[in-house]
Write a protein of this length. Structure first.
Length: 265
């Protein structure tokens, strides 16, 4: 049986990339709901319907575990999904807790970068409220980065002006940790690093999610000796054209080159 990965688009590839490091011999299904990306700018109930349709499709493929590799989808639907399905479902959320723990004693602030919908959700506000006792967490929606990623636009001459404009009202020196609260954002770590002071940490929850996936499968005695095969689907249709598959492979190669920049949690 395969491990399922789901996202609104290609952002979830950043989480799949980490899973391939910890579980290289598993077989995977990656489902990108590209017909409805981006989720972060759409009404909550509309997005919930897209999520459940996608997970229904993946459940019919016979998956043994599912990773919701999308912060927005996790915040909206992960609890309800766990009630419906009997296989393990892992979500991902902004790594606010380790960021606050890291910055609390340094008199530095935390900046969470995410989508509008993730930052509006009660789940995110409850998370911050439960751990941010020093009022050091700030947030900023960056929907443009999702659009850049989905258009395979990673050139710094395009990305850096957007980041500089969005961050122009912030005092960048006051931040100790940047939280990448959207799985599309690790593609732009090199650009983000160039905006902030050198000593600023960048945290993503992808590594922690991959480690947790491995622990769960080991506990259930479900570790396979597979081939590392990945089947790709776009909104229910299997991806078979050479150009798209080549683009996906290039994304994984690109992530190899930048994964060392991010602090894993």
């Amino acid at each position: 049986m395969k491990i399922g990965f789901f996202d609104s688009g290609i952002g979830g590839m950043t989480v799949l990339h980490q899973a391939l490091r910890f579980l290289p011999n598993e077989d995977y299904i990656f489902y990108a709901d590209t017909s409805h990306v981006p989720y972060g700018e759409k009404p909550k109930e509309e997005v919930r319907e897209y999520i459940f349709n996608a997970v229904d499709f993946m459940a019919n493929q016979g998956i043994k575990a599912l990773v919701i590799a999308c912060n927005t989808a996790t915040s909206i639907a992960v609890d309800d999904l766990r009630q419906k399905y009997d296989f393990p479902i892992l979500g991902i959320e902004p790594a606010v807790k380790p960021a606050v723990q890291s910055c609390g004693g340094k008199r530095k602030k935390v900046l969470v970068l995410a989508t509008n919908l993730t930052l509006r959700e009660e789940k995110f506000h409850n998370l911050v409220k439960s751990i941010d006792h020093q009022d050091i967490v700030e947030s900023l929606p960056l929907p443009g980065l999702v659009e850049f990623a989905e258009n395979f636009e990673f050139r710094e001459e395009k990305v850096l002006p957007y980041l500089k404009e969005k961050l122009s009202s912030f005092d960048l020196k006051k931040f100790g940790t940047i939280v990448l609260g959207c799985t599309h954002f690790p593609y732009f770590e090199k650009s983000i690093k160039k905006i902030f002071p050198e000593e600023v940490d960048i945290i993503s929850g992808s590594i922690g999610t991959a480690k947790n996936l491995k622990r769960i499968l080991e506990a259930r005695n479900q570790i396979n000796d597979g081939t590392g095969e990945i089947l790709f689907f776009k909104s229910g249709s299997k991806v078979e054209d050479i150009e798209t598959l080549s683009n996906y492979n290039e994304l994984l190669i690109m992530l190899d080159s930048i994964s060392s920049l991010t602090t894993g949690v």
